[in-house]
Design a protein around this ligand. Structure first.
Ligand code: ATP
Ligand code: MG
Length: 602
């Protein structure tokens, strides 16, 4: 679950991470096989080199057995094993990095595609910054897991084991000296864990907090500046930033102390111990080569240990991140229709609409109850018929459940108690592509993309220029769009910042109409615009009358005055219903009071 990432246990996270890794690597498994092969071969050659060197020293140089061809061969072996090993490591790295990058790319697409299909309820509790970081940073952790962690660890382990075997074969007593010092290494690794891992974890948290604060401030800049909150936000940011610095410093201290200096010291101790033990024996000239091989090996034992130690905290981080991605992918999508819908289906969907007899209601609601949270019912047993082609108004005080009713009609939340049928079909059974074509929405806050006017109306549906212009004309948006410097091709700026609120609203209406919906839902489409633009919207709606079923929520009662029927919601129940004149005749009724109040205000 996105909001509580730390709930799952470490072992479960590890299982999740491995599962995801497996899924991500599956299409590239032959690359993985090759990378592994190169890795093992390189490690083998690296262990072999000193053995050839030892043979050269002990069998030829010291006893003066000057067998030139064989000596040349051994010398070549010393040099070539090193070179070829480097070449193999190059091949391995290229294979592996390519594989990892492709996995990240695939995974990112998968995660983004999944997020697009998540149910609206998910976004009620999601934090945008966290979600963004799932798709960008956490997917990247999969790459770290492959390249840095799994392979470096595997590599180091293979080199370590291979070296120990070679040492044992050369001189098992000297090998035991090296082995005896391994607990000291483990001690350093343990200390490093204790010291560095919490700092690493905290630093990561703080960094995502920094991102979050930044995103929040930018998003809310007008509010922030209007409330003179710059200094407070700067102070909060500074505090987080300073703590981030402290934690990073602790991490760097741990690295600086333990990784290089401590392990290098161990290296020196090991060398000294081996040379000392060697010197204790009665000097047999034949063993100088063994000393050479051991000195070469000791450096190679230490290096993998440093690597393993360094990768340890990264491993934990990557596992946590990968587990988070995996948990996100396990979030159930909105419904099976949405899951099955392919993006290309939208354009052709309009032609597949079944004919509906005119007496079937556009929307039929039966005994509908709904709660966002179990303990607080928002809609109580609503039953309602909205005839086709009609203009239907919904009013009610704030929090009475108007938007919620619309959200349910739009399938943003599943209906659990009661039924909604759209044009005679149960809501849940309508394929997504067709459903989104039938029902158009003009939301309270028109969401505009940083794209051209044309693209904002099209929304990727691939509509023709003629259709787009027709929709814009119907929404009375054609006039001002045509007057922009590049007409329909004019960029509207981020969030449509170039347009006035009313113009944005008209674009949103054009967008909804461009899909040629049979039902048009408007949520407070006129609440933020001036009376003149409201007039335009009203005219546009009037012209649509009879052709499109219009369901409009309005605070401003003038918008829906002419509606065929108005429903007044009160605390999630239908309080009154009827045309404007009928509702006005209810003495002391809710509608009458609302209306008179607005008359007074105007
Ligand atoms: P307004 O006129 O202010 O837009 P509304 O009639 O549209 O009000 P709704 O948005 O439907 O009211 O809200 C009805 C109730 O449901 C309110 O009590 C609100 O707090 C609650 N509510 C709305 N959205 C959610 C949500 N996503 N999660 C939990 N509760 C919600
Ligand atoms: Mg609302």
């Amino acid at each position: 679950m996105l909001s509580k990432p730390d709930e799952t246990s470490a072992s479960k996270q590890a299982v999740q991470a491995l599962g995801l890794l497996h899924r991500a690597a599956l299409p590239d498994r032959h690359h993985l096989g090759w990378a592994l092969l190169w890795l093992v071969a390189a490690a083998f050659l690296e262990v072999l080199g000193p053995i050839a060197g030892k043979a050269l020293i002990d069998e030829h140089l010291l006893p003066r057995v000057l067998d030139w061809p064989r000596m040349a061969m051994l010398l070549a072996a010393v040099v070539l094993t090193g070179w070829v090993a480097s070449g193999l490591r190059y091949l391995q790295l290229v294979r592996l990095s390519g594989l990892a990058m492709r996995s990240v790319q695939r995974l990112r697409e998968q995660v983004y595609g999944h997020v697009l299909r998540l149910p609206m309820a998910f976004f009620d509790r999601a934090i945008i910054g966290q979600l963004v970081s799932r798709v960008t940073n956490d997917t990247e952790a999969v790459k770290t897991l492959y390249v840095q962690v799994l392979f470096v660890m595997l590599d180091s382990s293979i080199v370590l084991v291979g070296t120990m075997i070679a040492m044992a074969w050369l001189d098992w007593r000297l090998m035991l000296i090296v082995l005896a010092l391994l607990p000291a290494v483990l001690g350093i690794v343990w200390l490093y864990q204790r010291w560095s891992a919490p700092a690493v974890t905290r630093a990561r948290q703080l960094r995502s907090e920094i991102n979050g604060q930044m995103a929040e401030s930018i998003g809310g800049m007008p509010v922030l500046q209007a409330n003179n909150a710059e200094a407070r936000f700067a102070a909060r940011f500074g505090k987080t930033n300073a703590e981030h610095y402290t934690q990073r410093l602790a991490e760097i201290r741990a690295n600086a102390w333990l990784l290089r200096p401590a392990l290098d010291m161990l290296n020196v101790i090991l060398l000294g111990a081996v040379i000392f033990a060697f010197g204790q024996r009665e000097m047999s000239a034949a063993e100088v080569g063994v000393l050479y091989a051991f000195i070469s090996y000791i450096a190679r034992v230490i290096e993998p240990l440093i690597q393993i130690t360094m990768q340890f905290s990264q491993l934990q981080q990557s596992v946590v991140a990968t587990a988070r991605v995996s948990a996100l992918l396990d979030e159930p999508v909105a419904d099976e229709h949405a899951a099955a819908a392919d993006p290309g289906a939208d354009a052709g969907a309009a032609t597949l609409r079944p004919e509906v007899p005119p007496d079937v209601p556009a929307v039929a609601i039966r005994h509908l109850s709904f709660a966002y949270n179990e303990d607080q019912t928002v809609l109580h047993d609503l039953s309602l018929d909205i005839p086709q082609g009609g203009f239907f108004g919904i009013v009610g005080h704030t929090g009475s459940g108007k938007s919620t009713l619309l959200s349910l009609m739009l399938r943003y939340y599943p209906v659990k108690h009661g039924d909604i049928a759209i044009l005679g079909e149960a809501l849940a059974g309508i394929p997504n592509a067709r459903f989104r074509g039938e029902v158009g929405l003009v939301p309270q806050d028109p969401f505009l993309l940083a794209a051209s006017a044309r693209d904002n109306i099209d929304m990727g549906r691939g509509l023709s220029d003629a259709d787009i212009e027709a929709a814009a004309r119907a929404a009375h948006a054609h006039g001002f769009i045509a007057a922009l410097e590049h007409g329909y091709a004019t960029g509207l700026g981020e969030g449509g910042s170039r347009l006035s609120s009313g113009q944005k609203q008209l674009i949103a209406i054009a967008r909804a109409l461009a899909g040629k919906p049979r039902i048009l839902l408007l949520d407070e489409a006129t609440s933020r615009i001036d009376s003149q633009t409201e007039q335009i919207v009203q005219t546009a709606l009037d012209e649509l009358r009879g052709r499109v079923t219009i369901i409009a929520i309005a605070h401003r009662l003038s918008t829906i005055r002419d509606a065929d029927r108005i429903v007044v919601l009160n605390h999630g129940r239908i309080a009154e219903a009827g045309a404007h004149d009928e509702l006005m005749r209810i003495e002391g009724g809710l509608y009458q009071r609302l209306y008179l109040l607005q008359q007074l205000a105007a």
